[in-house]
Design a binder for this molecule. Structure first.
Ligand SMILES: Cc1ncc(C[n+]2csc(CCOP(=O)(O)OP(=O)(O)O)c2C)c(N)n1
Ligand SMILES: [Mg+2]
Length: 700
């Protein structure tokens, strides 16, 4: 065990800077100790870094933590949450309501810090967006925070390009700061995101790397010997170093270097000592993720020149010190901004109205005008094709609906093709088509970052590669962000690319994720309805699952209207009069197959019903009466048809129902051969339906 290397701090003559820094440290140590769990070492080490940034540089008004042009601060090493909570507490950040109204009370009272990690505390284990005002994004899964910060920085560039005008060239000029550790640096997602940030020359982005050489298993000599500085220089970043995390002067100089750098993002590598000041734990992994222990805390406090027995102690003058620093500066900037937005509204009423709506997650008037209707067509078109038409029509009406693909736009058909849409690049931050590159995981996090700044972003790729971005998608759902994920090539229907590209378990994956709305439309008109639902979501990410191959456009004069999609499942075709003998439930491309089977069954004198079920989540949200009207409990003969794992389907078909599904990874072959091999034929569905009727008895 290493012995203390930190010089003891004189108990007298402490500056307010030092006292404030030590308040952050001791609050963090005490909270972790009281919770008997948590991560004390990193807040102790980084307290001066965060203090310097917040007190001297951050343009953030604690009284109004949702002011649109505030600087964003992201704690990507979310396990160091007490660092953030201490700052939120000491700067007296106000709570904000769901309707973005600033409330009188503080977001993190001392009581919340005392109940760190306890049920319902505003200080949960890791920072949670939407739960604790002032937390800009949920962090904990390492690497996500920094990648999300890239999305925030992109969003600011886009906002500036669209809304800044002569005389208002600083309407949007906020900076994005993210602190990260060795873990974030090791994760692939941060590398993807840094690569894109460098390429896009995001000069408003600053990452601060806590180079403490410690992770959970010990010294980074075990695992991590990258030359991080060289790596980031290679990405096109400006890289600077601060050799001692306690050196406020050097820190300030580094932040100024960032602010003066206008052509690239900045990485500040800060050498720090985890558990700084704790005599037996400093510089060891023991300081990472467990309480220091009462004795060690006392010794650390002694080192800080702190009253050893005081807990959760905020010395006189500390709150006021923050009020005079970040508080005063932030309020002035915020008030000046709102004064200017009043002038802006006079000169640019339409742009101001756009901003207002966007910031409140409202759509423009007439956002759904001109959405295409599709005529019945037995040949039809791929749902990715119909989606392209609907998306383009909607995006024309919603200027801040922007996005792109992970190098697959020609396949996912998500390109905005109308005049003026443009491409987002370092040369054109106003572009609406984004090229995320082959970086799915960071694309998800970037969508989150853009969405946190209140843009309406979409990202797209092959459905199979949702596996590459699940970590980010999960955070979209956890944060209740209405990010839009468009996934195409949704089944074995994609054909020859074979098992590496054929989603099997991905639908079940998505359905098991709380808070997410997935829609797999059956035809072009369901696609239109799907986009209508998605664009009206406020707090849920949406996953739109589309085909590569053509599907018929269903004749809606013969079958039910596509508007039924909004309820998640609806009766598309039915036997007139009485209850059906058997219910066929299909999603996406398999709905047409169900209709084919229905026609055959009807010919054979069987009373069948077809339910199109594009979204389990939307359907489960309906009242019981509606659900029972679509799937009457007494009709037990049920067949689900979906080119995927049957995992979860018994919820609708019952354990005695039949699931036409796929239990392997698919195969490489032309689609016709695949459909036959895996049993997606009219004959097979008809046979399954008849078998069900025999098994359960006819209700005729
Ligand atoms: C994606 C992910 N993998 C693993 C973890 C578990 N974990 C939490 S902290 C940590 C070590 C992080 O080391 P570092 O970033 O250097 O943080 P420090 O100990 O220096 O604060 C790990 C592995 C996690 N939170 N996220
Ligand atoms: Mg570390």
């Amino acid at each position: 065990m290493s012995v203390i290397t930190a010089p003891p701090i004189s108990p007298v003559l402490q500056t307010m800077d030092q006292i404030s820094i030590n308040t952050i440290r001791t609050l963090s140590m005490d909270a972790v100790q009281a919770a008997d769990s948590g991560h004390p070492g990193t807040p102790m080490a980084l307290a001066p870094v965060a203090y310097c940034l917040w007190q001297q540089f951050l343009r953030f008004d604690p009284q109004d933590p949702v002011w649109p042009n505030r600087d964003r601060f992201v704690l990507s090493n979310g396990h160091a949450s007490m660092l953030l909570y201490s700052l939120l507490h000491l700067t007296e950040v106000r709570a904000v309501s769901k309707d973005y109204e600033t409330l009188g009370e503080v977001s993190v009272p001392l009581e919340a810090i005392k109940t760190f990690r306890q049920l319902d505390s505003r200080c949960p284990g890791h920072p949670e967006y939407r739960w604790t005002s002032g937390v800009e994004t949920t962090t904990g899964p390492l690497g996500q925070g920094v990648a999300t910060s890239v999305g925030m920085a992109i969003a600011r560039q886009w906002l500036a390009a669209r809304y800044n005008r002569p005389g208002f060239d600083d309407l949007f000029d906020f900076n994005v700061y993210a602190i990260c550790g060795d873990g974030c640096m090791m994760e692939g997602i941060s590398n993807e995101a840094a690569s894109l940030a460098g390429h896009l020359q995001l000069s408003n982005l600053c990452w601060i790397y806590d180079n403490n050489h410690i992770t959970i298993e010990g010294n980074t000599a075990l695992t991590f010997t990258d030359d991080v500085a060289t790596r980031f220089i290679g990405y096109g970043w400006n890289v600077t170093r601060v050799g001692d995390a306690n050196d406020l002067e050097m820190l300030a100089r580094a932040f100024r270097t960032f602010q003066d750098t206008k052509d690239r993002p900045t990485l500040i590598i800060v050498d720090s000592h985890i558990g700084y000041g704790a005599p037996h734990k400093q510089d060891t992994s023991a300081a990472h993720g467990e309480p220091l222990g009462e004795d060690e805390i006392r010794l650390a406090k002694r080192n800080y020149g702190w009253p050893e027995d005081k807990k959760f102690y905020v010395p006189d003058g500390v709150y006021d010190h923050f009020r005079q620093g970040i508080g005063k500066r932030g309020k002035q900037l915020r008030d000046a901004w709102f004064a200017r937005i009043t002038d802006y509204r006079k000169q640019y009423p339409e742009l101001a109205e756009e901003l207002f709506r966007m910031q409140h997650r409202r759509l423009p008037e007439g956002w759904d005008r001109d959405l295409p209707e599709f005529a019945a067509d037995s040949k039809g078109l791929a749902t990715r094709e119909s989606s392209a038409k609907v998306l383009n029509a909607a995006a024309k009406n919603i200027p801040w609906l922007i996005g792109g693909a992970a190098d697959l736009a020609p396949s996912t058909k998500t390109r905005l093709t109308f005049e003026g849409a443009g491409d987002f690049s370092a040369e054109n931050y106003a572009g609406r088509n984004f090229h995320f590159g082959i970086r799915e995981h960071s694309m998800g996090a970037i969508l989150n970052g853009m969405s946190l700044v209140k843009l309406r972003p979409f990202g797209s790729g092959f459905f199979i590669f949702v596996d590459y971005m699940r970590g980010s998608l999960r955070l979209s759902a956890l944060m209740e962000l209405p990010a839009i994920y468009v996934f195409t090539h949704d089944s074995i229907g994609l054909g020859e690319d074979g098992p590496t590209h054929q989603p099997i378990e991905q639908l079940a994956h998505m359905r098991s994720m709380p808070g997410l709305i997935m829609i797999r439309p059956a035809d072009a008109n369901e696609v239109r309805e799907a986009w209508k639902v998605i664009l009206q979501l406020h707090h849920e990410p949406a996953v739109l699952v589309l085909t590569r191959q053509a599907v018929p456009t269903i004749d809606r004069t013969k079958y039910a209207p596509a508007a039924g999609l909004a309820r998640g499942a609806y009766i598309l075709a039915d036997a007139p009069g009485r209850d059906p003998e058997v219910i066929l439930i299909g999603t996406g491309s398999e709905v047409a197959l169900c209709l084919g089977a229905y026609e055959q069954l009807t010919k054979d004198g069987v009373r069948a019903r077809v339910v199109s079920m594009p979204s389990w989540e939307l359907f489960d949200d309906q009242d019981k009466n509606y659900r029972d009207s679509v799937l009457p409990p007494k009709v037990k003969a049920r067949v689900s048809v979906e080119q995927a794992s049957d995992f979860g389907w018994s919820k609708y078909t019952g354990s005695e129902g039949h699931n036409v599904c796929i239990e392997t990874f698919g195969a490489s072959a032309p689609i016709k051969q695949l459909l036959k091999k895996f049993g997606f034929t009219v004959e097979n569905v008809v046979a399954a339906a008849k078998d069900q009727i025999v098994r359960h008895g006819s209700t005729k």
